[in-house]
Design a protein around this ligand. Structure first.
Ligand SMILES: [Zn+2]
Length: 356
């Protein structure tokens, strides 16, 4: 080997070592999180993820979200300012299904390797959620926008517990120094969800996980028929499930497949949709079919997310006597409903008020 090649090899080796050291240093700075006093900069796609994140991260994070609560979550204009937000983020929390199709352009423009899919700074909120309405054969060319199953996971309080767990795992990855704090806050959040859903007495008797399992596999209400202290276990039920009893078993229509996790939890039976398929505007023929069905089956309530056009619903109301209830799909879609717990309270109150 001549001297020239030797020197060249040494230079290349040195550069290689130098490069790998700086890359490692950069990685450490990148994921240091709790090593510094700077709060984590967390961007969420939706307000509902943001409020759960705030609960778990406490003062360790500055949390923002992109889609305002009153917007159709499928269609969010990719404003340059959103790309700027993402370019500075330590974490990006999104559903992780096909709900945020709009985020691909933003992430492209943001050039932030920390928050890309597969990196520690990305949290897929739906990971581990029992996704409903999975479709075996579907084509986006038909216009269906729920190709990975129903992505509106935030409407079901049971899902929040999974979402909270995913967010906690993400926080610990980017900020391991504060792991204990995040775990403590996650446990408090999950307990709060259980107590809000089932009431204190049932949670104290059986624990949240057992009750949640029964609710999810639809055995809870049979179980609650069992005798207990001279009455039935159902006398011990509290929380949202108790509050929602007046409409448990009611058959309804919805505009879009927005509410499936909510309706599964609270026992509403959705017998039809104003949209022929998720994302497809109603045709005159489909609307007529719905009108006939509403009349023959005597359906009284139609749940519609606040962001949908109201003309079709008003026409259906006029022709059938059904009542359209316009409901916020997300946190901060209506004034005062600024966290997930208030949102479910509000939804149940509105539905109860519509059936009086
Ligand atoms: Zn949808």
């Amino acid at each position: 080997m001549n001297k020239g090649i030797l020197i060249l090899t040494a230079v290349l080796l040195f550069q290689g070592i130098h490069f790998s050291v700086t890359a490692q240093q950069r990685a450490q700075v990148r994921y240091r999180g709790g090593g510094s006093d700077r709060p984590l900069n967390i961007i969420c796609s939706f307000s509902d993820f943001a409020t759960i994140t705030e609960y778990i991260a406490g003062n360790r994070a500055q949390v923002s979200y992109i889609a305002s609560g009153e917007r159709d979550p499928h269609f969010v204009p990719p404003k340059p300012s959103y790309a700027v937000m993402l370019s500075r983020a330590d974490m990006w929390i999104a559903t992780g299904m096909d709900l945020e199709m709009w985020s691909a352009t933003l992430l492209d423009k943001a050039h932030n390797p920390r928050i890309m899919d597969g990196e520690p700074g990305f949290v897929a909120a739906a990971q581990g959620v029992n996704v409903v309405e999975k479709v075996e054969f579907a084509s986006r060319s038909e216009g269906d926008i729920h190709l990975m199953g129903n992505p509106h996971i935030t409407t079901g309080p049971l899902n929040w517990k999974v979402i909270a767990q995913n967010i906690t795992i993400g926080l610990i990855k980017v900020d391991p120094a504060n792991a204990a704090l995040y775990q403590k806050n996650r446990d408090a959040f999950i307990d709060r969800v259980d107590r809000a859903l089932f009431g204190n007495r049932l949670v104290d008797l059986f624990g949240g996980p057992t009750l949640s399992k029964m609710l999810e596999n639809q055995t809870l209400f049979t179980f609650l028929e069992r005798p207990y202290e001279g009455g039935k276990l159902s006398d011990q039920l509290g929380g949202w499930l108790k509050k929602a009893m007046p409409f448990r078993g009611m058959r309804i229509v919805t505009y879009h497949k927005n509410w499936s996790y909510f309706t599964n939890t609270f026992g509403l039976e959705v017998i039809g949709y104003i949209e022929p398929k998720p994302g497809i505007p109603p045709s005159a023929k489909h609307v007529q079919t719905m009108i006939d069905m509403i009349k023959t089956q005597n359906i009284k309530v139609m749940m519609i997310a606040t962001y949908f056009e109201k003309k079709t619903a008003q026409m259906i109301e006029a022709k059938t006597g059904i009542r359209a209830v316009y409901l916020p799909l997300h946190v901060n879609a209506v004034p005062g409903v600024d966290d997930n717990f208030k949102l479910i309270d509000y939804l149940i109150d509105q539905i109860n008020a519509s059936i009086i």
